[in-house]
Design a protein around this ligand. Structure first.
Ligand code: FRU
Length: 325
């Protein structure tokens, strides 16, 4: 007979992509380190209505705590407030809501990341040049913050012109379409700032299809390891730089367990960032590959522990069976 989980945690992710998958597997891996916790992860694939439905279903299931990455802030705020008002603790992650009715927030400071990008751009362009920006989904808070921080940093460099900002909705194909339009509008572009690496890849594809990729630099955000993701795009010379946007799923899970066990916890946890460019991309690649093998070993160990537990439980049944015979 299986023991009931003592705590149930519901996770509502706004999107389904490599960044989210990494965070989800960090959450699940961290959950191995706690007894009696069950995690139910849903993904709304960039759809506000679907996310509101996911969250309401998790509430109806009776979860003890919710973890929410809101797709767009305005439409998701009321349903998060609904959960919070019912007394369900809510950890908001990565993207924010428009209210303070949440229990804790975990994520990087996107305004600071935008500023760091702006400083980096001013530096590589020596304070002079024409820039276009492909923004994330404008209704999501990182898009607004990454833009405002960027503009703030550039305000100190009048020689750099931000020609246009287009909404690429965090998506590669959308960014490719938008970049096509920008290429037609502006004959001269020195640098493309895409607010994530996926959109940078889309913009790069649009530019490369016109054979113009040597004319401009590309900057992204996320810096995921692995084939075709940000760090390797830097190594391939496609991206000039990308900025780490930490997933932090393990941290999120630790805070969830602190809340559930009535321990102290920080209301705001701000995760750090750093630039990845040709100077450190190889180190980053090697180290994340090493961490990847360690993660694999943790999963293997966990599998073995589960096998032993099952075997132990069967032996007990056999033992008790023979004792009572
Ligand atoms: C993943 C993602 C990242 C981006 C973040 C912003 O779903 O689109 O690429 O940095 O969300 O919230």
């Amino acid at each position: 007979s299986r023991r009931e989980a003592r705590f149930r945690i519901g996770v509502s992710q706004c999107s389904e992509d490599e960044w989210r998958r990494r965070m989800n597997s960090e959450i699940l891996r961290e959950a191995h380190f706690y007894e009696d916790v069950e995690v139910d992860i849903r993904t709304a694939v960039d759809d506000n209505d679907r996310q509101a439905k996911d969250i309401r279903e998790l509430i109806a299931e009776g979860v003890d705590l919710l973890i929410v990455a809101p797709n767009e802030a305005a439409p998701i705020t009321p349903v998060v407030e609904e959960a919070y008002n019912r007394g369900i603790p809510v950890i908001v992650i990565d993207r924010k809501i428009l209210s303070d009715k949440y229990t804790a927030y975990v994520g990087a400071d996107n305004y600071e990341i935008g500023k760091a990008v702006g400083e980096y751009v001013a530096n590589v362009l020596h304070g002079q040049g024409d820039v276009v920006e492909i923004s994330g989904l404008v209704g999501s808070t990182p898009a607004v913050d990454r833009h405002q921080g960027f503009v703030k940093a550039l305000s100190a460099y009048p020689g750099i012109r931000l020609l246009a900002v287009e909404d690429g909705a965090w998506l590669q194909l959308k960014a490719e379409e938008k970049m096509d339009i920008l290429l037609d509008r502006f004959p001269h572009i020195d640098l493309v700032y895409a607010q994530n690496d996926r959109m940078a890849a889309g913009a790069y594809a649009a530019v490369a299809s016109k054979g113009r990729e040597k004319e401009m630099r590309f900057i992204g955000i996320d810096a995921l390891p692995g084939k075709d993701y940000g760090v390797e795009k830097v190594l391939a010379g496609e991206l000039d730089a990308t900025f780490i946007y930490p997933t932090g799923g393990d941290r999120v899970m630790q805070i969830a367990m602190d809340i559930l066990n009535k321990r102290d916890f920080p209301r705001e946890t701000i995760l750090g960032t750093s630039v990845v460019n040709r100077d450190n991309a190889l180190i980053m690649k090697m180290q994340t590959a090493h961490i990847g093998t360690l993660d694999g070993k943790i999963e293997t160990l966990n599998g073995k522990i589960n096998q032993y537990l099952v075997r132990y439980a069967t032996q007990q049944v056999v033992l008790y069976g023979s004792l009572s015979a």
